[in-house]
Design a protein around this ligand. Structure first.
Ligand code: NAD
Length: 533
Protein backbone atom coordinates (compact mmCIF):
# COMPACT_ATOMS: atom_id res chain seq x y z
CA UNK A 1 0.00 0.00 0.00
CA UNK A 2 1.27 3.48 -0.81
CA UNK A 3 1.96 5.91 2.04
CA UNK A 4 0.05 9.17 2.35
CA UNK A 5 1.72 12.48 1.51
CA UNK A 6 3.19 14.37 4.44
CA UNK A 7 0.82 17.27 5.27
CA UNK A 8 2.33 20.76 5.05
CA UNK A 9 2.31 22.48 8.43
CA UNK A 10 0.62 25.90 8.38
CA UNK A 11 2.92 27.93 10.69
CA UNK A 12 0.03 30.13 11.80
CA UNK A 13 0.75 32.72 14.50
CA UNK A 14 0.98 31.01 17.90
CA UNK A 15 1.26 27.47 16.46
CA UNK A 16 3.84 25.14 18.04
CA UNK A 17 5.58 24.59 14.69
CA UNK A 18 5.98 28.35 14.25
CA UNK A 19 7.47 28.76 17.73
CA UNK A 20 9.95 25.89 17.11
CA UNK A 21 10.94 27.16 13.68
CA UNK A 22 11.46 30.76 14.84
CA UNK A 23 13.69 29.50 17.67
CA UNK A 24 15.79 27.41 15.25
CA UNK A 25 16.05 30.29 12.76
CA UNK A 26 17.47 32.49 15.52
CA UNK A 27 19.92 29.91 16.79
CA UNK A 28 21.09 29.00 13.27
CA UNK A 29 21.58 32.66 12.36
CA UNK A 30 23.70 33.08 15.49
CA UNK A 31 26.04 30.15 14.78
CA UNK A 32 28.76 29.61 12.18
CA UNK A 33 29.29 25.91 11.66
CA UNK A 34 32.16 24.04 10.06
CA UNK A 35 31.15 21.56 7.33
CA UNK A 36 33.53 18.69 6.55
CA UNK A 37 33.53 16.12 3.76
CA UNK A 38 32.06 12.79 4.91
CA UNK A 39 33.81 9.81 3.34
CA UNK A 40 33.34 6.26 4.59
CA UNK A 41 31.67 7.73 7.66
CA UNK A 42 34.74 9.85 8.51
CA UNK A 43 34.69 13.63 8.66
CA UNK A 44 37.51 15.08 6.57
CA UNK A 45 38.67 18.67 6.90
CA UNK A 46 40.82 19.77 3.97
CA UNK A 47 41.40 23.31 5.24
CA UNK A 48 40.54 24.71 1.80
CA UNK A 49 37.55 26.72 2.99
CA UNK A 50 34.60 28.41 1.30
CA UNK A 51 31.68 30.21 2.92
CA UNK A 52 27.93 29.72 2.91
CA UNK A 53 26.08 33.01 3.25
CA UNK A 54 22.49 34.17 3.43
CA UNK A 55 21.45 35.26 -0.10
CA UNK A 56 19.21 37.96 1.43
CA UNK A 57 22.04 39.26 3.65
CA UNK A 58 25.22 38.20 1.90
CA UNK A 59 27.61 39.44 4.56
CA UNK A 60 26.12 37.03 7.04
CA UNK A 61 28.17 33.81 7.02
CA UNK A 62 26.30 30.69 8.14
CA UNK A 63 29.03 28.11 7.63
CA UNK A 64 32.54 27.42 6.45
CA UNK A 65 32.80 24.31 4.30
CA UNK A 66 35.82 22.31 3.27
CA UNK A 67 36.47 21.83 -0.43
CA UNK A 68 37.39 18.34 -1.60
CA UNK A 69 40.05 17.56 -4.22
CA UNK A 70 40.65 14.75 -6.70
CA UNK A 71 42.39 12.71 -3.98
CA UNK A 72 39.22 12.83 -1.89
CA UNK A 73 37.21 11.64 -4.86
CA UNK A 74 39.50 8.62 -5.10
CA UNK A 75 38.95 7.98 -1.37
CA UNK A 76 35.20 8.36 -1.82
CA UNK A 77 35.10 5.89 -4.72
CA UNK A 78 37.11 3.40 -2.64
CA UNK A 79 34.80 3.90 0.37
CA UNK A 80 31.73 3.39 -1.82
CA UNK A 81 33.20 0.20 -3.29
CA UNK A 82 34.06 -1.10 0.17
CA UNK A 83 30.54 -0.50 1.44
CA UNK A 84 28.94 -2.10 -1.59
CA UNK A 85 29.21 -5.82 -0.76
CA UNK A 86 27.31 -5.61 2.49
CA UNK A 87 24.82 -2.93 1.43
CA UNK A 88 23.89 -4.64 -1.83
CA UNK A 89 23.42 -7.96 -0.01
CA UNK A 90 20.97 -6.44 2.49
CA UNK A 91 17.29 -7.02 1.76
CA UNK A 92 15.15 -4.30 0.21
CA UNK A 93 13.28 -4.04 3.52
CA UNK A 94 16.49 -3.58 5.52
CA UNK A 95 17.61 -0.75 3.26
CA UNK A 96 14.15 0.81 3.18
CA UNK A 97 14.10 0.94 6.98
CA UNK A 98 16.97 3.46 6.96
CA UNK A 99 15.10 5.89 4.70
CA UNK A 100 11.76 5.39 6.47
CA UNK A 101 13.51 6.24 9.72
CA UNK A 102 15.11 9.30 8.07
CA UNK A 103 11.62 10.40 6.96
CA UNK A 104 10.38 10.03 10.52
CA UNK A 105 13.30 12.05 11.93
CA UNK A 106 12.69 14.77 9.36
CA UNK A 107 8.96 14.84 10.09
CA UNK A 108 9.69 15.35 13.79
CA UNK A 109 12.95 16.42 15.45
CA UNK A 110 14.87 17.53 12.34
CA UNK A 111 12.07 19.46 10.67
CA UNK A 112 12.90 22.91 12.13
CA UNK A 113 16.61 22.49 11.36
CA UNK A 114 16.25 21.46 7.72
CA UNK A 115 13.58 24.11 7.12
CA UNK A 116 15.76 26.79 8.76
CA UNK A 117 18.82 25.78 6.72
CA UNK A 118 16.74 25.96 3.52
CA UNK A 119 15.26 29.33 4.48
CA UNK A 120 18.51 30.96 5.56
CA UNK A 121 20.86 29.27 3.10
CA UNK A 122 18.66 29.28 -0.02
CA UNK A 123 16.39 32.23 0.83
CA UNK A 124 13.11 30.34 0.77
CA UNK A 125 10.05 31.60 2.63
CA UNK A 126 8.62 29.39 5.35
CA UNK A 127 6.02 27.93 3.00
CA UNK A 128 8.51 27.29 0.20
CA UNK A 129 10.88 25.59 2.65
CA UNK A 130 8.13 23.48 4.21
CA UNK A 131 6.84 22.08 0.88
CA UNK A 132 10.41 21.28 -0.19
CA UNK A 133 12.77 20.47 2.68
CA UNK A 134 10.09 18.88 4.86
CA UNK A 135 7.12 17.49 2.93
CA UNK A 136 8.70 16.61 -0.41
CA UNK A 137 11.81 14.99 1.04
CA UNK A 138 9.73 13.04 3.57
CA UNK A 139 7.58 11.89 0.65
CA UNK A 140 10.62 10.80 -1.40
CA UNK A 141 11.86 8.75 1.56
CA UNK A 142 8.46 7.15 2.17
CA UNK A 143 7.21 6.61 -1.38
CA UNK A 144 10.42 5.27 -2.91
CA UNK A 145 10.54 2.30 -0.51
CA UNK A 146 6.91 1.54 -1.41
CA UNK A 147 7.72 1.72 -5.15
CA UNK A 148 10.81 -0.45 -4.64
CA UNK A 149 8.64 -3.00 -2.85
CA UNK A 150 6.18 -3.03 -5.77
CA UNK A 151 9.08 -3.50 -8.16
CA UNK A 152 10.30 -6.56 -6.23
CA UNK A 153 6.84 -8.01 -6.69
CA UNK A 154 7.05 -7.80 -10.47
CA UNK A 155 8.16 -11.31 -11.32
CA UNK A 156 8.01 -13.43 -14.47
CA UNK A 157 5.81 -16.46 -15.02
CA UNK A 158 6.90 -19.79 -13.62
CA UNK A 159 5.67 -23.21 -14.83
CA UNK A 160 5.22 -26.59 -13.16
CA UNK A 161 8.64 -27.65 -14.43
CA UNK A 162 10.65 -24.45 -13.85
CA UNK A 163 10.80 -21.50 -11.53
CA UNK A 164 11.69 -18.08 -12.95
CA UNK A 165 12.52 -14.98 -11.03
CA UNK A 166 14.01 -11.55 -11.44
CA UNK A 167 16.85 -10.49 -9.21
CA UNK A 168 16.81 -6.67 -9.14
CA UNK A 169 20.54 -6.24 -8.74
CA UNK A 170 22.09 -2.86 -7.99
CA UNK A 171 24.45 -1.56 -10.67
CA UNK A 172 28.00 -2.82 -10.61
CA UNK A 173 30.09 0.18 -9.67
CA UNK A 174 29.55 3.58 -8.10
CA UNK A 175 26.73 6.06 -8.73
CA UNK A 176 27.63 9.76 -8.93
CA UNK A 177 24.88 12.08 -7.63
CA UNK A 178 25.18 15.78 -8.57
CA UNK A 179 22.54 18.02 -7.05
CA UNK A 180 21.17 21.53 -7.75
CA UNK A 181 20.85 24.38 -5.26
CA UNK A 182 17.17 24.99 -5.64
CA UNK A 183 15.49 22.03 -3.92
CA UNK A 184 16.66 20.45 -0.67
CA UNK A 185 14.34 17.55 -1.48
CA UNK A 186 16.11 16.89 -4.79
CA UNK A 187 19.47 17.10 -3.03
CA UNK A 188 18.19 14.43 -0.65
CA UNK A 189 16.58 12.27 -3.32
CA UNK A 190 19.36 12.01 -5.90
CA UNK A 191 21.85 10.13 -3.69
CA UNK A 192 19.23 8.15 -1.76
CA UNK A 193 17.12 6.73 -4.62
CA UNK A 194 20.09 4.74 -6.04
CA UNK A 195 21.20 3.84 -2.49
CA UNK A 196 17.74 2.46 -1.69
CA UNK A 197 18.15 0.06 -4.62
CA UNK A 198 21.45 -1.23 -3.19
CA UNK A 199 23.94 1.08 -4.88
CA UNK A 200 26.67 3.07 -3.18
CA UNK A 201 27.12 6.70 -4.05
CA UNK A 202 29.47 9.67 -4.24
CA UNK A 203 27.41 12.85 -3.75
CA UNK A 204 28.55 16.28 -4.86
CA UNK A 205 26.16 18.91 -3.48
CA UNK A 206 25.78 22.38 -5.05
CA UNK A 207 28.09 25.02 -3.54
CA UNK A 208 25.19 27.38 -2.83
CA UNK A 209 23.13 24.90 -0.80
CA UNK A 210 25.83 23.13 1.22
CA UNK A 211 24.20 23.93 4.56
CA UNK A 212 20.93 22.09 3.93
CA UNK A 213 22.75 19.28 2.07
CA UNK A 214 25.03 18.76 5.08
CA UNK A 215 22.05 18.47 7.41
CA UNK A 216 20.45 15.93 5.03
CA UNK A 217 23.64 13.86 5.41
CA UNK A 218 23.45 14.17 9.20
CA UNK A 219 19.82 12.97 9.19
CA UNK A 220 20.80 9.93 7.11
CA UNK A 221 23.64 9.14 9.50
CA UNK A 222 21.30 9.39 12.48
CA UNK A 223 18.86 7.10 10.68
CA UNK A 224 21.59 4.45 10.53
CA UNK A 225 22.92 4.69 6.98
CA UNK A 226 26.10 2.58 7.05
CA UNK A 227 29.42 4.39 6.45
CA UNK A 228 30.45 4.61 2.79
CA UNK A 229 26.98 4.07 1.29
CA UNK A 230 26.71 7.80 0.53
CA UNK A 231 29.91 9.86 0.52
CA UNK A 232 29.52 13.61 0.77
CA UNK A 233 32.14 15.42 -1.32
CA UNK A 234 31.60 19.15 -1.87
CA UNK A 235 34.12 21.00 -4.02
CA UNK A 236 34.80 22.55 -7.38
CA UNK A 237 32.36 20.85 -9.79
CA UNK A 238 34.89 20.10 -12.52
CA UNK A 239 37.62 18.98 -10.15
CA UNK A 240 35.23 16.58 -8.39
CA UNK A 241 33.45 15.39 -11.55
CA UNK A 242 36.41 14.60 -13.79
CA UNK A 243 37.83 11.71 -11.76
CA UNK A 244 34.35 10.24 -11.33
CA UNK A 245 33.40 10.50 -14.99
CA UNK A 246 36.78 8.99 -15.86
CA UNK A 247 36.54 6.12 -13.41
CA UNK A 248 36.12 2.61 -14.90
CA UNK A 249 33.78 1.97 -11.96
CA UNK A 250 31.25 4.68 -12.85
CA UNK A 251 27.89 2.88 -12.97
CA UNK A 252 25.55 5.85 -13.22
CA UNK A 253 25.04 9.60 -12.96
CA UNK A 254 22.02 10.99 -11.11
CA UNK A 255 21.94 14.66 -12.00
CA UNK A 256 19.59 17.61 -11.67
CA UNK A 257 20.68 21.04 -12.82
CA UNK A 258 21.16 23.00 -15.98
CA UNK A 259 20.94 21.52 -19.46
CA UNK A 260 24.38 22.77 -20.45
CA UNK A 261 26.14 21.08 -17.51
CA UNK A 262 24.32 17.79 -18.10
CA UNK A 263 25.21 17.84 -21.78
CA UNK A 264 28.87 18.43 -20.85
CA UNK A 265 28.80 15.44 -18.48
CA UNK A 266 27.13 13.28 -21.12
CA UNK A 267 29.86 14.24 -23.63
CA UNK A 268 32.58 13.25 -21.15
CA UNK A 269 30.90 9.91 -20.53
CA UNK A 270 30.64 9.47 -24.30
CA UNK A 271 34.30 10.15 -24.85
CA UNK A 272 35.25 7.77 -22.01
CA UNK A 273 32.86 5.03 -23.12
CA UNK A 274 35.58 2.46 -23.82
CA UNK A 275 36.86 2.70 -20.25
CA UNK A 276 33.88 1.65 -18.21
CA UNK A 277 33.18 -1.82 -16.87
CA UNK A 278 29.49 -1.27 -17.59
CA UNK A 279 27.44 1.26 -19.57
CA UNK A 280 26.79 4.07 -17.07
CA UNK A 281 23.12 4.99 -16.60
CA UNK A 282 22.67 8.70 -17.26
CA UNK A 283 19.67 10.26 -15.54
CA UNK A 284 19.41 14.03 -15.74
CA UNK A 285 16.53 16.39 -15.06
CA UNK A 286 17.49 19.77 -16.45
CA UNK A 287 16.26 23.22 -17.48
CA UNK A 288 12.86 24.49 -18.48
CA UNK A 289 11.05 27.31 -20.25
CA UNK A 290 7.69 26.65 -18.77
CA UNK A 291 4.54 28.12 -20.22
CA UNK A 292 1.07 29.22 -19.29
CA UNK A 293 -1.29 29.36 -22.23
CA UNK A 294 -4.61 31.11 -21.71
CA UNK A 295 -7.61 30.50 -23.95
CA UNK A 296 -10.16 33.33 -24.42
CA UNK A 297 -12.48 31.32 -22.13
CA UNK A 298 -9.94 31.33 -19.24
CA UNK A 299 -11.05 32.43 -15.75
CA UNK A 300 -9.21 35.72 -15.27
CA UNK A 301 -8.60 35.73 -11.51
CA UNK A 302 -7.43 32.09 -11.40
CA UNK A 303 -5.10 32.73 -14.34
CA UNK A 304 -3.68 35.86 -12.70
CA UNK A 305 -2.94 34.03 -9.43
CA UNK A 306 -1.28 31.20 -11.37
CA UNK A 307 1.02 33.71 -13.08
CA UNK A 308 1.85 35.42 -9.78
CA UNK A 309 2.51 32.24 -7.82
CA UNK A 310 3.89 30.15 -10.70
CA UNK A 311 6.21 32.91 -11.87
CA UNK A 312 7.47 34.53 -8.69
CA UNK A 313 7.42 32.05 -5.80
CA UNK A 314 10.98 31.22 -4.74
CA UNK A 315 12.04 34.12 -6.98
CA UNK A 316 11.25 32.12 -10.14
CA UNK A 317 14.08 29.70 -9.33
CA UNK A 318 12.09 26.54 -9.83
CA UNK A 319 12.78 24.44 -12.91
CA UNK A 320 8.98 24.46 -13.31
CA UNK A 321 8.48 28.23 -12.85
CA UNK A 322 6.13 29.89 -15.36
CA UNK A 323 8.26 32.16 -17.50
CA UNK A 324 6.49 32.53 -20.86
CA UNK A 325 2.82 33.35 -20.96
CA UNK A 326 0.44 33.54 -23.93
CA UNK A 327 -2.69 35.61 -23.38
CA UNK A 328 -5.50 36.48 -25.80
CA UNK A 329 -5.99 40.17 -26.50
CA UNK A 330 -9.58 40.10 -25.18
CA UNK A 331 -8.53 39.42 -21.56
CA UNK A 332 -4.99 40.85 -21.46
CA UNK A 333 -5.76 44.24 -19.93
CA UNK A 334 -7.70 42.70 -17.09
CA UNK A 335 -5.12 39.98 -16.41
CA UNK A 336 -2.28 42.52 -16.56
CA UNK A 337 -3.95 44.84 -14.05
CA UNK A 338 -4.65 42.01 -11.62
CA UNK A 339 -1.15 40.51 -11.85
CA UNK A 340 0.45 43.95 -11.47
CA UNK A 341 -1.68 44.64 -8.38
CA UNK A 342 -0.50 41.35 -6.83
CA UNK A 343 3.12 42.11 -7.72
CA UNK A 344 2.96 45.52 -6.08
CA UNK A 345 1.61 43.85 -2.98
CA UNK A 346 4.37 41.18 -2.79
CA UNK A 347 6.76 41.67 0.07
CA UNK A 348 10.38 40.90 -0.73
CA UNK A 349 13.12 40.69 1.92
CA UNK A 350 14.39 38.68 4.86
CA UNK A 351 12.64 35.31 4.88
CA UNK A 352 12.80 35.14 8.69
CA UNK A 353 10.07 37.78 8.60
CA UNK A 354 7.07 35.55 7.86
CA UNK A 355 5.24 38.33 5.98
CA UNK A 356 7.63 37.98 3.02
CA UNK A 357 6.48 36.38 -0.22
CA UNK A 358 9.91 36.48 -1.90
CA UNK A 359 13.51 36.26 -0.71
CA UNK A 360 16.68 36.95 -2.67
CA UNK A 361 18.07 35.06 -5.68
CA UNK A 362 20.74 32.54 -4.83
CA UNK A 363 24.07 34.29 -5.51
CA UNK A 364 25.96 37.01 -7.37
CA UNK A 365 26.19 34.92 -10.53
CA UNK A 366 22.42 34.50 -10.67
CA UNK A 367 21.96 38.18 -9.81
CA UNK A 368 24.20 39.25 -12.72
CA UNK A 369 22.56 36.86 -15.19
CA UNK A 370 19.02 37.96 -14.33
CA UNK A 371 20.05 41.64 -14.33
CA UNK A 372 21.41 41.28 -17.84
CA UNK A 373 18.05 39.84 -18.98
CA UNK A 374 16.36 42.87 -17.39
CA UNK A 375 18.70 45.18 -19.36
CA UNK A 376 17.82 43.32 -22.53
CA UNK A 377 14.10 43.65 -21.77
CA UNK A 378 14.49 47.40 -21.23
CA UNK A 379 16.00 47.71 -24.71
CA UNK A 380 13.95 45.22 -26.72
CA UNK A 381 10.59 44.83 -24.96
CA UNK A 382 8.26 46.61 -22.53
CA UNK A 383 8.65 46.25 -18.78
CA UNK A 384 5.09 46.33 -17.48
CA UNK A 385 6.02 46.07 -13.81
CA UNK A 386 9.25 45.71 -11.79
CA UNK A 387 12.58 45.60 -13.58
CA UNK A 388 14.91 46.77 -10.81
CA UNK A 389 17.52 44.82 -8.88
CA UNK A 390 19.88 45.61 -6.00
CA UNK A 391 22.65 43.53 -4.49
CA UNK A 392 23.58 45.95 -1.75
CA UNK A 393 22.42 43.86 1.18
CA UNK A 394 21.09 40.74 -0.52
CA UNK A 395 20.68 39.60 -4.13
CA UNK A 396 17.24 41.10 -4.62
CA UNK A 397 15.48 41.16 -7.98
CA UNK A 398 12.05 42.72 -8.15
CA UNK A 399 9.28 40.52 -9.57
CA UNK A 400 9.14 41.60 -13.20
CA UNK A 401 6.47 41.38 -15.90
CA UNK A 402 7.66 41.93 -19.47
CA UNK A 403 5.50 42.26 -22.58
CA UNK A 404 6.89 41.44 -26.01
CA UNK A 405 5.39 41.61 -29.48
CA UNK A 406 7.96 39.14 -30.79
CA UNK A 407 7.04 35.56 -29.84
CA UNK A 408 10.61 34.46 -30.64
CA UNK A 409 12.19 37.07 -28.34
CA UNK A 410 15.00 35.58 -26.16
CA UNK A 411 12.93 35.93 -23.00
CA UNK A 412 10.31 33.66 -24.58
CA UNK A 413 12.92 31.01 -25.43
CA UNK A 414 15.76 31.06 -22.88
CA UNK A 415 15.70 29.91 -19.26
CA UNK A 416 16.14 33.05 -17.10
CA UNK A 417 15.81 31.26 -13.74
CA UNK A 418 14.68 34.36 -11.91
CA UNK A 419 11.49 36.30 -11.12
CA UNK A 420 10.84 37.41 -14.71
CA UNK A 421 7.67 36.51 -16.60
CA UNK A 422 7.37 37.45 -20.27
CA UNK A 423 3.98 37.76 -21.96
CA UNK A 424 3.08 37.52 -25.63
CA UNK A 425 -0.41 38.79 -26.39
CA UNK A 426 -2.06 36.95 -29.29
CA UNK A 427 -5.11 37.73 -31.39
CA UNK A 428 -8.06 35.69 -30.08
CA UNK A 429 -8.78 34.17 -33.48
CA UNK A 430 -5.21 32.81 -33.66
CA UNK A 431 -5.65 30.08 -31.01
CA UNK A 432 -4.60 27.25 -33.37
CA UNK A 433 -1.46 29.10 -34.50
CA UNK A 434 -0.65 29.95 -30.87
CA UNK A 435 -0.78 26.29 -29.88
CA UNK A 436 1.83 25.49 -32.54
CA UNK A 437 3.87 28.51 -31.43
CA UNK A 438 3.94 27.30 -27.81
CA UNK A 439 5.04 23.85 -28.97
CA UNK A 440 7.82 25.10 -31.24
CA UNK A 441 9.33 28.09 -29.44
CA UNK A 442 11.80 26.71 -26.91
CA UNK A 443 14.15 23.70 -26.81
CA UNK A 444 12.77 22.67 -23.41
CA UNK A 445 9.72 20.58 -22.53
CA UNK A 446 9.41 20.48 -18.75
CA UNK A 447 6.13 21.94 -17.49
CA UNK A 448 3.25 23.86 -19.00
CA UNK A 449 -0.31 24.87 -18.22
CA UNK A 450 -3.45 25.64 -20.15
CA UNK A 451 -6.20 27.81 -18.71
CA UNK A 452 -9.63 27.46 -20.33
CA UNK A 453 -13.24 26.92 -19.34
CA UNK A 454 -13.97 25.59 -22.82
CA UNK A 455 -13.51 21.80 -22.60
CA UNK A 456 -12.82 21.44 -26.34
CA UNK A 457 -9.97 23.94 -26.01
CA UNK A 458 -8.51 21.96 -23.09
CA UNK A 459 -8.64 18.75 -25.12
CA UNK A 460 -7.10 20.41 -28.17
CA UNK A 461 -4.24 21.92 -26.12
CA UNK A 462 -3.64 18.57 -24.39
CA UNK A 463 -3.29 16.91 -27.79
CA UNK A 464 -1.24 19.53 -29.66
CA UNK A 465 1.09 20.13 -26.68
CA UNK A 466 1.61 16.41 -26.00
CA UNK A 467 5.40 16.68 -26.34
CA UNK A 468 5.76 20.26 -25.09
CA UNK A 469 5.76 19.36 -21.39
CA UNK A 470 6.48 16.30 -19.24
CA UNK A 471 4.17 17.75 -16.57
CA UNK A 472 1.06 19.35 -18.05
CA UNK A 473 -1.48 21.24 -15.97
CA UNK A 474 -5.08 22.15 -16.74
CA UNK A 475 -6.33 25.25 -14.93
CA UNK A 476 -3.44 25.16 -12.46
CA UNK A 477 -0.01 26.76 -12.20
CA UNK A 478 2.83 24.68 -13.67
CA UNK A 479 4.74 24.37 -10.34
CA UNK A 480 4.21 22.37 -7.15
CA UNK A 481 4.34 18.71 -8.26
CA UNK A 482 3.72 16.30 -5.37
CA UNK A 483 5.52 12.95 -5.01
CA UNK A 484 3.21 10.06 -5.86
CA UNK A 485 0.63 12.42 -7.39
CA UNK A 486 2.42 14.16 -10.27
CA UNK A 487 5.63 12.18 -11.06
CA UNK A 488 8.02 14.87 -12.24
CA UNK A 489 10.26 15.31 -15.28
CA UNK A 490 10.40 16.62 -18.82
CA UNK A 491 11.82 15.58 -22.18
CA UNK A 492 13.48 17.37 -25.12
CA UNK A 493 16.18 19.68 -23.66
CA UNK A 494 14.67 19.27 -20.17
CA UNK A 495 16.08 15.87 -19.37
CA UNK A 496 15.85 12.13 -19.62
CA UNK A 497 12.37 12.25 -18.05
CA UNK A 498 12.93 9.47 -15.56
CA UNK A 499 10.27 10.89 -13.23
CA UNK A 500 11.86 11.52 -9.84
CA UNK A 501 10.04 9.77 -7.00
CA UNK A 502 8.51 7.03 -9.14
CA UNK A 503 9.13 3.43 -10.10
CA UNK A 504 10.44 4.63 -13.49
CA UNK A 505 13.35 6.33 -11.72
CA UNK A 506 14.11 3.39 -9.44
CA UNK A 507 14.29 1.09 -12.46
CA UNK A 508 17.29 3.05 -13.69
CA UNK A 509 19.28 2.02 -10.60
CA UNK A 510 18.92 -1.72 -11.04
CA UNK A 511 20.22 -4.14 -13.61
CA UNK A 512 17.92 -7.14 -13.49
CA UNK A 513 19.18 -10.70 -13.57
CA UNK A 514 16.74 -13.39 -14.73
CA UNK A 515 17.12 -16.70 -12.94
CA UNK A 516 15.58 -19.91 -14.29
CA UNK A 517 15.66 -23.09 -12.26
CA UNK A 518 14.64 -26.26 -14.05
CA UNK A 519 13.32 -28.98 -11.73
CA UNK A 520 13.93 -32.04 -13.92
CA UNK A 521 16.60 -31.26 -16.51
CA UNK A 522 16.50 -33.43 -19.69
CA UNK A 523 18.67 -36.55 -19.60
CA UNK A 524 18.64 -37.25 -23.36
CA UNK A 525 19.92 -34.82 -25.95
CA UNK A 526 17.71 -36.16 -28.77
CA UNK A 527 14.17 -34.98 -29.66
CA UNK A 528 11.13 -37.08 -30.48
CA UNK A 529 10.93 -35.85 -34.09
CA UNK A 530 14.30 -37.50 -34.76
CA UNK A 531 12.88 -41.01 -34.40
CA UNK A 532 12.91 -42.93 -37.74
CA UNK A 533 9.41 -43.49 -39.36
P1 NAD B 1 23.83 23.96 -12.27
O1 NAD B 1 23.79 23.19 -13.53
O2 NAD B 1 24.62 25.21 -12.21
O3 NAD B 1 24.42 23.04 -11.09
C1 NAD B 1 23.89 21.76 -10.82
C2 NAD B 1 24.98 20.89 -10.22
O4 NAD B 1 25.98 20.66 -11.21
C3 NAD B 1 25.69 21.56 -9.05
O5 NAD B 1 26.02 20.58 -8.08
C4 NAD B 1 26.94 22.11 -9.70
O6 NAD B 1 28.01 22.27 -8.80
C5 NAD B 1 27.25 21.04 -10.72
N1 NAD B 1 28.08 21.51 -11.83
C6 NAD B 1 28.20 22.76 -12.31
N2 NAD B 1 29.08 22.77 -13.33
C7 NAD B 1 29.51 21.51 -13.49
C8 NAD B 1 30.42 20.89 -14.39
N3 NAD B 1 31.06 21.58 -15.32
N4 NAD B 1 30.61 19.56 -14.28
C9 NAD B 1 29.95 18.84 -13.36
N5 NAD B 1 29.08 19.37 -12.47
C10 NAD B 1 28.86 20.68 -12.54
O7 NAD B 1 22.32 24.19 -11.82
P2 NAD B 1 21.76 24.96 -10.54
O8 NAD B 1 21.98 26.42 -10.72
O9 NAD B 1 22.21 24.33 -9.27
O10 NAD B 1 20.22 24.63 -10.68
C11 NAD B 1 19.40 25.30 -11.58
C12 NAD B 1 19.15 24.49 -12.81
O11 NAD B 1 18.62 23.22 -12.45
C13 NAD B 1 18.11 25.12 -13.72
O12 NAD B 1 18.51 24.97 -15.06
C14 NAD B 1 16.85 24.30 -13.42
O13 NAD B 1 15.90 24.32 -14.45
C15 NAD B 1 17.44 22.95 -13.19
N6 NAD B 1 16.55 22.11 -12.40
C16 NAD B 1 15.85 21.14 -13.04
C17 NAD B 1 14.97 20.34 -12.34
C18 NAD B 1 14.18 19.27 -13.03
O14 NAD B 1 13.59 18.43 -12.35
N7 NAD B 1 14.13 19.25 -14.35
C19 NAD B 1 14.80 20.53 -10.96
C20 NAD B 1 15.56 21.53 -10.33
C21 NAD B 1 16.43 22.30 -11.06
Amino acid sequence: MLPVNEPNLAYLPGSPERIDLKARLSSMAAERIDIPLIIGGHEIRTGDLAQTVMPHDHRHVLADWHRGKATHVAQAIAAAQKAQAEWSAATQEQRAAVFLKAADLLATTWRPTLNSATMLGQSKTVFQAEIDAASELIDFWRFNPAFAHELQGEQPISTVSASNRMDYRPLEGVVYAVTPFNFTSIAGNLPTAPALMGNTVVWKPAASSILSSYYVMRILEEAGLPPGVINFVPGDPVEISNPLLGSPDLAGVHFTGSTQVFQGMWSKVGSNIGRYKTYPRLVGETGGKDFILAHPSAAVQELSVAIARGGFEFQGQKCSAASRVYIPRSIWNEVRDRVVAMMRDMRMGDVSDFRTFMGAVIDDKAFMRISSYLDDARRHATIVQGGTASDERGYFVEPTLVETTDPQYRLMREEVFGPVVTVFVYADEQWDETLRLVDGTSPYALTGAVFARDRAAVDQATAVLRNAAGNFYVNDKPTGAVVGQQPFGGARGSGTNDKAGSKINLLRWVSARTIKETFSPPVDYTYGYMVEE
